[in-house]
Ligand binder design. Structure first.
Ligand SMILES: [Zn+2]
Length: 398
């Protein structure tokens, strides 16, 4: 049985212990100690990492009575031996981050519980952000109200105490979260605000949480899922938003609060422009077709029109090709110049050529995707020099 130092001393970063067993966990070597400050994944909080002597601990696993320290093998392959005394050191940056998030979660959940009688059904502490799932849906206004309340408790710097209670004692206490374990219970008490059964590691005072910020709220399984960040993560999130906003306001020359409207305007403008371009291209296609047909040679009674067209998009190329092959006895291959390169192969109804077969041969040689019918086929994403592609197409238009 491993003594769990973090139950009573969650702020302990290093400790001395003795190796009691070396086992395997999912194919990796794992060390069991008589006592440990390493927290194993449980209750929504991820595992600690760190060192046992010179060996890296890469994962910590709760194995009932024991705690498994999954280690990376030493370069020479000599692992810690049973009976060996060892000095353990946990990665405090990672652990303290987890403590900020986990204690922040207790305060946040309690705020929803006390303010709205909305229970937290589950908690996940992720790599970037964390989530709680609330039993019922919650309005944006209520989210802000409860987040304000949670931060008030953070800034009042209340004590976060660890208490132990028998199941009988616990049954008489107003626990927010009922225990999932049998036997003596470990309770986390945020002074005059929250009392929950929890085996996780917590900061000693709420002030260490720094800040609790909800970054997203969505409907989830009949309730709400809230994404939140605390402490150092809140600062990182703010920096991320700042950089994104600063870059956008600079290029759009607007104030931060004007961004949503500016983006909407740009989207509307883009839509309008695409419409205008489509209309102009279809009008221009007729003229381009006449010019290209006139510039194409007639071989065995069929006009072979293979051309590179600059400044046309895929829809425009198709309009030109269609216009050309509306005449009789025309085969056409039109290649665009802007990447990703687009191509259209087409023929008049009275010519026997299979346009799609020609396109497939070109795609085989120049890459890209596409397809179509014997009379007209389109491809896109070809790589190569447009002149080279059209020369290859020309040879196939027979
Ligand atoms: Zn907890």
């Amino acid at each position: 049985m491993t003594e769990r130092i973090y139950y009573t001393e969650p702020a302990r970063r290093s400790f001395d212990a003795v190796v009691t067993a070396v086992v395997e966990h999912e194919g990796a070597p794992a060390v069991v100690l008589d006592r440990t400050a390493f927290y194993p994944t449980s209750g929504g909080q991820p595992f600690d990492t760190g060192h046992l002597g010179t060996t890296d601990v890469v994962n910590t696993v709760d194995d009932g009575e024991r705690v498994l320290h999954v280690v990376s093998a030493r370069p020479r392959g000599d692992l810690l031996n049973v009976g060996e005394a060892v000095h353990g050191e946990i990665d405090w940056t990672r652990r303290f981050d987890h403590m900020q998030q986990h204690t922040g979660q207790h305060v946040l959940s309690a705020a929803f519980d006390r303010g709205l009688d909305n229970r937290t059904m589950s908690f996940h502490l992720g790599g970037e952000s964390s989530t709680i799932d609330l039993a019922r849906e919650v309005s944006a206004v209520d989210v802000e109200r409860c987040v304000d309340e949670a931060n008030r408790v953070v800034w009042e710097d209340r004590s976060v105490a660890i208490r132990f209670a028998s199941p009988e004692e616990a049954a008489r206490l107003p626990l927010r979260k009922e225990p999932v374990r049998e036997g003596p219970l470990r309770l986390i008490e945020v002074a005059d605000f929250d009392l929950s059964a929890c085996g996780g590691t917590h900061v000693a005072r709420t002030g260490e949480i720094g800040l609790i910020a909800v970054t997203a709220a969505e409907k989830f399984r009949g309730g709400s899922r809230l994404t939140f960040v605390c402490g150092g993560r809140a600062l990182r999130a703010l920096r991320g938003y700042r950089d994104a906003v600063a870059g956008s306001v600079r290029s759009l020359s607007v104030l931060p609060h004007e961004l949503p409207a500016a983006v909407e305007r740009i989207q509307a403008d883009g839509k309008q422009l695409r419409k205008t371009i489509a209309r102009l291209q279809s009008e221009l296609a007729v003229h381009a077709a006449v010019r290209l047909i006139a510039a194409s040679p007639v071989v065995d009674g069929v006009r072979r029109a293979a051309h590179v067209l600059d400044g046309w998009d895929a829809a425009g190329l198709k309009a030109v090709a269609s216009s050309m092959t509306a005449e009789s006895n025309v085969v056409a291959a039109i290649v665009g110049t802007s990447a990703p390169i687009a191509i259209v192969v087409a023929r008049s109804p009275d010519v026997a050529l299979d346009a799609n077969a020609v396109l497939q041969q070109l795609l085989k040689r120049f890459g890209g995707r596409g397809g179509g019918k014997p009379e007209l086929a389109q491809g896109a994403g070809l790589t190569g020099d447009p002149q080279e592609i059209i020369a290859a197409a020309c040879e196939l238009l027979v």
